[in-house]
Write a protein that binds this ligand. Structure first.
Ligand SMILES: [Zn+2]
Length: 273
């Protein structure tokens, strides 16, 4: 060891805060290699810095938090449980072709809120309050197709990259701390209120497109997606819109765009024999 490195080491050992900052910089530098990812179905090239593994870690942390705070309300038997497992299994099998490294899993929570979401890395949460609106398996497949599309298209990682939060996210993954409290708050805010992920309008539209093709690949008639969204529009008329629709902007164009993607989804549709 040279005299210089000895002096550097002595300097660091005496100052744990400096050592922490250096470790943070190393983590940050490792992650600055932004990579290009091509979204499934829409074939859009996006830039993300988090690896599949890091996305899974970030999602798992949030998933554990959600399950902890809803422990008494987790549904693990009965017809609603069976339906969610049945439909999710088929949608997950389709999504796994695009993201074989993710670990797919769904949990049903008894909550009077029309909502569902899929965390980065493949962990899905469904609230019982959305089931009266989905009405049937194909309706639920529409919702789950849309939600898992956010995960396979790496939309959270894309937002983290775009908002320059990569280093903060990496620090959270590495040990639950971010560089500054403000950065920590911004990464956590991506998960929004009530664990609902916040996406841009174009990401929502892309999730509609990918989700429609996914439900068709899973053997659900994509025309049922149109029926579902029309029911959602109806339900949101003249009253508080259902949670799911208020997080997922529902302009009249949405139904039109879905109609435009139907021919592609029909091609992918293989009815179950
Ligand atoms: Zn969405």
């Amino acid at each position: 060891m040279t005299g210089f490195s000895k002096r550097v080491l002595a300097f660091i050992v005496g100052r744990p805060l400096v050592a922490l900052a250096l470790a943070a910089v190393v983590v940050g530098v490792m992650l600055l290699n932004s990579r290009r990812h091509t979204t499934p179905v829409t074939h859009r090239v996006e830039h993300v810095a988090l690896t599949d593994k890091q996305q899974m870690q970030l999602g798992s942390e949030q998933y554990a938090k959600t399950l902890r705070s809803n422990r008494a309300r987790i549904v693990s038997s009965g017809p609603q449980y069976a339906e969610v497992q049945r439909v999710a299994k088929r949608i997950e099998a389709v999504a796994a072709r695009d993201k074989p490294s993710f670990v797919w899993k769904v949990t049903l929570i008894r909550k009077n809120e029309a909502n569902a979401f899929c965390l980065p890395g493949g962990k899905i949460v469904v609230y019982t309050g959305i089931l009266p609106l989905t009405e049937n398996d194909a309706g639920l497949a529409t919702v789950l197709g849309h939600e898992v599309a956010h995960a396979t298209a790496e939309h959270v990682a894309e937002r983290i990259e775009r908002e320059h939060l990569t280093e903060a996210a990496a620090a959270i993954i590495a040990g639950g701390v971010a560089f500054t409290p403000a950065q920590y708050v911004r990464v956590v805010a991506l998960f929004g209120v009530g664990d609902t992920l916040r996406f841009s309008r174009s990401q929502e539209s892309e999730a509609d497109h990918i989700g429609l093709v996914y439900m068709a690949r899973a053997g659900y008639d994509p025309h049922q997606a149109l029926a579902f969204w029309k029911r959602m529009l109806q339900a949101s008329k003249g009253q508080e819109p259902p949670e799911f629709i208020s997080d997922h902007p529902s302009d009249a164009h949405r139904v039109q765009r879905i109609e435009g993607w139907l021919p592609e989804a029909e091609q992918a549709y293989k009815p179950e024999r």
